[in-house]
Structures are given as C-alpha cells and as structure tokens.
Design a protein around this ligand. Sequence first.
Ligand SMILES: [Zn+2]
Length: 286
Amino acid sequence: MTALRHALSFDVEEYFQVANFYDQFPRERWDEVPSRLDVGMQRILGALERHGARATFFFLGWIAERHPHWVTRCLEAGHEVASHGYDHVFLWDLGPEGFDEDLAKTERALAAAGAPRPEGFRACTFTVTRRSWWAFDVLARRGYAYDSSVHPVRHPVYGVPDFAPGISRVPAPGGAGEVVELPVSTWRALGRNLPVGGGGYFRLLPLAITRGVVERLEAAGRPAALYLHPWEFDPEQPRVPAKATARLRHYLNLERTLPRLEALLARFEFTTYRQVLEDQGALRSR
Ligand SMILES: [Zn+2]
C-alpha cells in the first residue's frame, strides 16, 4: 500500500488580480500591467519536478487566453488543469447566470490552450458561501466533478464556519445533482477552524506548525489540501501602495514560500486534487 497522498494546488493568477488590490488595478487595465507569471510558474514547476510531485493548477480563463503555454507546460508535466473562473469576480457579484457564462468562457479558454474539459473548480477568493450556494447547481449542471471553494473558516468576506472539513458530497440545492467538495485544510484550535492550507498563514506560521498539521492529518488517514499562488513565489514583484492590511497579507514572508514548499515536498507525497479524490474513493478513476 502506498503512503497517503495529499492534495496540492496553485491558483494561477497575476499578483495584480488579487481581491486585495482591486482598487489599485481595475480589471480594464490588467492588460497594461507587465506580467510576472513566468517567475512564479518556473519556480513552482521546477520544485514539483525536483520532488516528483504532481499538483492541480486552477487557471483563470483570462490567464489561459494570454499564456496558453503555461497550460501546455502543466499538462506535459503530468499536472491537472482545472478552472479558477474567468477573471476573478466574487461569485455573488456574478449571480447564477453570470457564473454559468464565466465557467463557459473559462472552459473555452482552457480548451483553446489544449486542456481537457476541467473537472474541478475553485472560486475567486473562496466565494462559495451560503449566499452563493446556488453555485453547486451551476457546477453540477456543467458537469464538474469536484469543487474546492468552500473555506470552513470565519472570515469577514468568505467562509462557511460550520462546514465539515474534509471530503464530502454536496447536494445541489436546486436538485441538479451533487458535487464532491474538497475544502482547503483547516486546523481545529481555540474552538474554531484556523486556515492552515495556504495564503498568509502558510507564510506566517512556523514551518513546524504546517508540517505538524499535515503529519496529524496523515496520522488520522486524512489528506491535507494546500493552496498557493504563483505570485507567492515572486518576492521581487513590484510593491503596490495599497492599505497596510492588504500589504501585510500579500507581502508577508514571500521569500519563505519556495523553501517551505520544498520542505513539504521532501517530507510528504503530494498529487492532484483529482487523484486524491480517487485515492479516497470519492471519485471513480477514469
Ligand atoms: Zn484567486
């Protein structure tokens, strides 16, 4: 029997597309900003290759249209390509019909870049919450097998704090079927679920804590699910004059991301979200 495998993912977007910086970089000006995508993608793919690991890349459709070679490179290296939506809009701002169009547009962009139809989805900024639960109907109707957009934490913008961490099947509220949910990892402490699977916490907490969480999940027979972004591997990116809290979250310990990922890749086995869901019996193998 092989060791338990954990799920690793990257949301493929530019540093200037994060929700934190919407005010500084309006969507209609994105094409004017020089891309930094290559820096992060090269470092990520290099690290995965060195450790023989696989991962899921949730691409923005906007990125797949402009940088199709990164879709190709990911596929050639044996990684999974999935959908992060088209251009990073919160789901409740899209609404059900807008979300359907957003997914279709992203599917076309991924297909044009040579990817198979995506089976997995992660919403911009984890914006599948109780107020956008209709997303499961749209995903089920469009044939998505799994989602990783519910974050079982308390947060001012997103989060479903009472959602059970771990793999579950979510019935679409309108009866369109069901979607397998694999939320990014949280850790129960101080009476609440703490976000340990990525983002600022991944760079803030000592590596020993992240490693300890993965070890304890592994000991319990549960796969961890991590999420990172190419811009987190690019400490040299231009600094944006945003609010102090936004800057803190975005720039904190960027130089730590790559060595931390490498330490985890050396210690644990990581693969795609699709493969972990197969390993765990939540999806049938193809
Ligand atoms: Zn994103």
